[in-house]
Ligand binder design. Structure first.
Ligand code: CO8
Length: 267
């Protein structure tokens, strides 16, 4: 597949680094930020850049404008795919969402407006979903006589339970932010004008922790949750041992003992 130039990527995805935070903004406002291949490629490349940049400690994914975080996969592009191409594309999208879960930095979805189909699949691969009260969530694929292909059939039941997930998937029911919060599909719902402040407060909390510890914690949760309990607990113990070997853990434990604020270096 042809690699995009930086200039092309800048148009379809806004990628901004400020201090320790990288913000990736889906920038297809006229198409309600629908995910086409070019946008997904740009997203994957920006995530890889943010992962490799040691200064970056938190990643925020959002959509441009007030109407949509993302209205799903680009339907015009889907029309052109043969069944084999569709299967390969689904696997490729799943690789990106699985990569987001493996990436050892917290990823926050900042959601306003529609968060549908592939958009919800993208949000579900993030570690936090912070939504404005005008957000709408759903997996409307069956209305198009297709099914989710970016992890929705698996991550939705894992996040909210099989009963309501099956209902949302089969009926294409769209739910508002309050219901999404009730189902624990999102972490927080706030009025739109408080969204930035809410995100900033969360980022502040995350930046006060050891980045190495948060990375290992994310790994333990995302790896362990797919294992049987015996192996998951072993995975947790391995991770526990690994963080205890860090300078930050030494500093954290020592600072508690010395009744002072810890200073973490990410080592
Ligand atoms: N793809 C392409 N274009 C879109 C999409 C989309 N998913 N959604 C909206 N648009 C475009 C519209 O075509 C329209 O363009 P134009 O102005 O040129 O006609 C523009 O965005 C604005 O949309 P509407 O005029 O429809 O705005 P409304 O306010 O009337 O409706 C809705 C908003 C309800 C969000 C409506 O646009 C809609 O239903 N969109 C489709 C939602 C949908 O079905 N999403 C699922 C897509 S399939 C999918 O995601 C499968 C995932 C598989 C793999 C994972 C990939 C990441």
């Amino acid at each position: 597949m042809k690699r995009m130039t930086e200039e092309e990527r800048d148009k379809i995805l806004l990628y901004e680094k400020r201090g320790s935070v990288a913000t990736l903004t889906l920038n297809r406002q006229k198409a309600l930020n629908a995910l086409n291949t070019a946008l997904l490629e740009a997203l994957r490349d920006a995530l890889a850049d943010a992962e490799a940049d040691a200064v970056i400690r938190v990643i925020v994914i959002t959509g441009v404008g007030d109407r949509a975080f993302c209205a799903g996969a680009d339907i015009t592009e889907l029309l052109e795919k043969s069944p084999i191409e569709a299967r390969d594309w689904s696997l490729w999208v799943q690789e990106i969402t699985s990569y987001m879960e493996r990436l050892r930095k917290p990823i926050l979805a900042k959601i306003k407006g529609f968060c549908l189909g592939g958009g919800l699949e993208l949000a579900m691969a993030c570690d936090f979903r912070i939504a404005s009260n005008n957000s709408i969530f759903g997996q409307p694929e069956v209305n198009l006589a297709i099914i989710p292909g970016g992890g929705g059939t698996q991550r939705l039941p894992r996040l909210i339970g099989k009963t309501r997930a099956m209902e949302m998937l089969m009926t294409s029911e769209q739910i508002d932010a309050a219901e999404a919060y009730r189902l624990t599909l999102v972490n927080t719902v706030v009025p739109e004008d408080e969204l930035d402040r809410e995100i900033d407060e969360l980022i502040k909390k995350l930046l006060s922790k050891s980045p190495a510890t948060l990375g290992t914690l994310k790994y333990a949760v995302n790896r362990g949750i797919e294992m049987d309990l015996e192996h998951a607990l072993e995975c947790e113990a391995d991770c526990f041992g690994a963080v205890c070997a860090t300078e930050d853990a030494r500093e954290g434990l020592k600072a508690f003992w010395e009744k002072r604020k810890a200073g973490f270096k990410g080592k």
